[in-house]
Structures are given as structure tokens and as C-alpha cells.
Ligand binder design. Structure first.
Ligand SMILES: Cc1cc2nc3c(=O)[nH]c(=O)nc-3n(C[C@H](O)[C@H](O)[C@H](O)COP(=O)(O)O)c2cc1C
Length: 402
């Protein structure tokens, strides 16, 4: 079985979206351009995170401008009822010919409390299981209601000529999702079709997937696996690392420390770092000395890089902000290595999102054995649509290498 390559739809965007001077907020026309670009280049789909734009509302806008891409739309449990979410999903699916997928995410306590969800992290997974179970039944057309510990839905009274929309994806919508904590893994094993994890080295990620897969097997279920990476691909290795260096040069020390804080916690750099990895200590020393670490001191495995990103600066270990960096051939080989360790879907992002998706479609996709469910088009250099979509972006500084 081949692999699926998804891209990312987001605002903010830009060459360095974590630095104000080199980022921008995308307006609706630019978000539409992101989606059209992904759709026509032949990506399997795109991830839409729980972010500034409410993800399902954004999907509802973008499906109208696209034909074949899937929208992997992140949703927290319990912010609206499963019956209402099923109705919204059936509507978007009907408008898009079944191109909606949900990314089932548990969020964090602080963020969810501020959205009116008081149930804390671990118990929220028990809630989430009922929530998504009820959702699946309603999406599939059940009128029987639901009687759970958390979710109670009365049987549906049907009105002639006004029955709920039938499902577009049958028997029901595949659920993607994540969760690394013990309750998160158990929830995933019992509920999901696709299990996602932030990246790591290929062997360590494979080990994690094998453990989660065994948990699913204990419930008589089978999971498929995917990961998330930022990406720098250039024609040569030197150009790719020059771009990684450029990223370090453009990131201020203040921003780097703030982004690293997601792993370091409230004590930040003023704590003893327990790690037997000398590179971790070199990185911390550099930040303590007021500079960014050396580019190759952030390489944790060939082509796996933990430089700064919009999702954190993973100086202690790979996580949400990890990158893959290298020549086209090297990156293709590394993705194949991840695949050999069980990863079947890759959600990638390079910055800015529109031109980097074009670069990936031109250089990397032809080297991969893709399983997108449609014929992935050959990249047409002369197609004026590439330039039209790229021209929707504000003027920005482009690095000179590659
Ligand atoms: C690929 C991927 C995408 C994610 N997207 C989101 C998101 O959009 N919103 C969110 O709140 N959390 C997101 N998460 C984080 C999960 O909600 C969850 O916090 C994380 O997997 C840790 O789970 P745990 O607390 O069970 O270990 C994502 C995780 C992964 C692996």
C-alpha cells in the first residue's frame, strides 16, 4: 500500500510565521488559494487545526472551491452536541461529495475551559468516546437517540419530507485523531480508524505505532498511522541546510526561548535539564548564552530536524514542531523509511504554504508511491495557475538559496 501526502491550511502564514515581521494573516481569498493549490496539485488533502478560524466553518467555505482533496478538520469533543455536529458534517459532506474527515483531538484544559468545556483531560477522553460514538451513529442515520453517561439524546421524531440527510460516506465517516497519554491511547485504540502522532525518529515513531496498534488489536480493531512534519526540500542537501540556517538567522533569541518554553515549562532555561543526550545540553547552553543553537546540533536523526517552527521549538525531543530537511532524494528516502516503520500518511507543511506546496508537488511527489485514490497529475511547469495562486500572497522576502 502506498502513502498519503496531506498539506496544511492555516493562517498565519509566511516565510517565518512565528516572527511577526515575516508572517501575515490570510484573508478568505488567500485561504481559498491555499485550498485550490492543494487540490489541483494532487495532495490527498489538508489538515485544518482548531485555530483562529473555526475549522468546520472554514471547511464549509473551502469545499465549494475544490474538487477532490479531503479536509481533515480538527474538532474538540463537546463544544456543540454530537447531533448538531452530525447535521453539520452531513451538510458539508453533501456539498463536497464526502470529502470531510474529522481529526478527533482532546485539546488542553485551559483552552477548553475557556470554550465552556469543564471536564478535565483524562475524563474528557471518556466523554469524547461517547461523543464520537453518538456522532457516528447519528451520521450513519440512526434515529434511536443515545443513552450514555455523558451524552443523552432523545429518539428523533421524523417529519415527512424533512428527514435528515443520508450519509455520503458509508457506512460512516472514518475518524482520524491523536492522543499520547494513557487515556489518549486507549481512546484511540477503541475509536479511531487513523492514529496520528507528532513526529519522532522513524524507528521510535514505529515503536510507538506498534504499541498503539497492539492496544487496538486487543479491542479487535485495526488502526492505520500518520504523522505531522514541517518540511524543507531543496535540489541539493547544501541548499536545504542553507534554508534551515536561514530560518535560524531569522528567528530572534526572544522568540526561540518563547517557542522552546512549550517543552521547558514555566521554569524555562532556569532549571537543571535532565537528558543524557549531549546535543540537548549544547542547545540549552546556546540559548542560555543568548544565541540560537548551531543548525546541525538540531538534527536528531538523518534529515530529522528540531529547529523553530510555528508549533514550538522542540529542543528537548521531537514533537509538534519537528522538520524533515534534505535534498529531494534524501527526503523521499526518509519518508520511505518512516513508511517502512508503519507511517502511511504524512501531513506536511513548508512556509509559505502556497509556493512550498508547489515545490513539493514538482519535486517530491513524483518520487513517492502515492495512494490518493485518484491519478495524481504530473506537475505542469507552464501552467499559469501556479503563478496566479502564488500572487495572492503579500510581497515577502524570499531567501536566495534554492
Ligand atoms: C497531527 C496532530 C494534530 C493535532 N491537532 C490539534 C488541534 O488542531 N487542536 C488541538 O487542540 N490539539 C491538536 N493535537 C493535539 C492533541 O489534541 C493532543 O493534545 C495531543 O495529541 C496529546 O494528547 P495527550 O494529552 O493524550 O497525550 C494534534 C495532535 C496531532 C498528533
Amino acid at each position: 500500500m502506498g502513502i498519503k501526502i496531506l498539506w496544511y491550511i492555516s493562517s498565519p502564514d509566511g516565510p517565518i510565521p512565528w516572527e511577526r515581521a515575516q508572517s501575515w494573516q490570510n484573508d478568505p481569498a488567500q485561504l481559498v488559494a491555499q485550498a485550490q493549490n492543494i487540490d489541483r496539485l494532487g495532495f490527498y488533502g489538508a489538515l485544518l487545526a482548531t485555530d483562529q478560524h473555526e475549522s468546520l466553518s472554514l471547511t464549509g467555505l473551502l469545499v465549494a472551491y475544490t474538487q477532490r482533496m479531503k479536509f481533515l478538520t480538527a474538532q474538540h469533543p463537546g463544544l456543540i452536541t454530537p447531533a448538531k455536529l452530525a447535521q453539520m458534517a452531513l451538510t458539508v459532506d453533501r456539498f463536497s461529495n464526502g470529502r470531510l474527515l474529522f481529526n478527533v483531538v482532546n485539546g488542553n484544559d485551559v483552552g477548553l475551559k475557556s470554550m465552556g468545556m469543564p471536564i478535565p483531560h483524562d475524563e474528557r477522553y471518556a466523554y469524547s468516546h461517547e461523543f464520537w460514538d453518538a456522532f457516528q451513529q447519528l451520521y450513519a442515520g440512526s434515529n434511536d437517540g443515545y443513552a450514555g453517561k455523558y451524552i443523552q439524546i432523545a429518539p428523533r421524531a421524523l417529519v415527512p419530507l424533512r428527514s435528515p440527510l443520508p450519509p455520503t460516506q458509508t457506512p460512516t465517516m472514518p475518524l482520524w485523531g491523536a492522543g499520547t497519554s494513557e487515556p489518549g491511547v486507549e481512546h484511540s485504540a477503541k475509536l479511531l480508524d487513523w492514529y496520528l502522532s507528532f513526529a519522532d525518529t522513524p524507528p521510535r515513531l514505529g515503536e510507538k505505532f506498534r504499541k498503539v496498534g497492539a492496544r487496538a488489536a486487543a479491542h479487535g480493531r485495526q488502526l492505520r498511522f500518520g504523522t505531522r512534519l514541517q518540511i524543507i526540500v531543496r535540489d541539493t542537501e547544501e541548499q536545504a541546510w542553507a534554508h534551515a540556517q536561514w530560518i535560524l538567522d531569522q528567528t530572534s533569541h526572544e522568540t526561540a526561548v518563547r517557542l522552546a518554553g512549550r517543552q521547558l515549562g514555566p521554569k524555562g532555561l532556569d532549571q537543571e535539564i535532565e537528558s543524557d543526550d549531549p546535543l540537548v545540553h549544547k542547545r540549552i547552553e546556546a540559548l542560555r548564552a543568548g544565541r540560537l543553537p548551531a543548525v546541525r546540533d538540531l538534527e536528531v536523526y538523518p534529515n530529522v530536524w528540531v529547529g523553530p517552527s510555528p508549533f514550538g521549538f522542540d529542543i528537548l525531543h521531537p514533537w509538534a514542531g519537528t522538520w524533515i530537511v534534505g535534498s529531494t532524494e534524501q527526503v523521499a528516502e526518509r519518508l520511505k523509511e518512516f513508511h517502512a516503520h508503519g507511517t502511511e500518511a504524512f501531513i506536511l507543511s513548508g512556509w509559505p504554504l502556497v509556493p512550498e506546496a508547489q515545490r513539493i508537488a514538482r519535486t517530491l511527489l513524483p518520487l513517492l508511491d502515492l495512494d490518493h485514490g485518484f491519478e495524481v497529475p504530473a506537475f505542469d511547469e507552464g501552467d499559469p495557475e501556479h503563478a496566479r495562486l502564488a500572487a495572492t500572497l503579500p510581497p515577502h522576502e524570499a531567501p536566495t538559496h534554492g
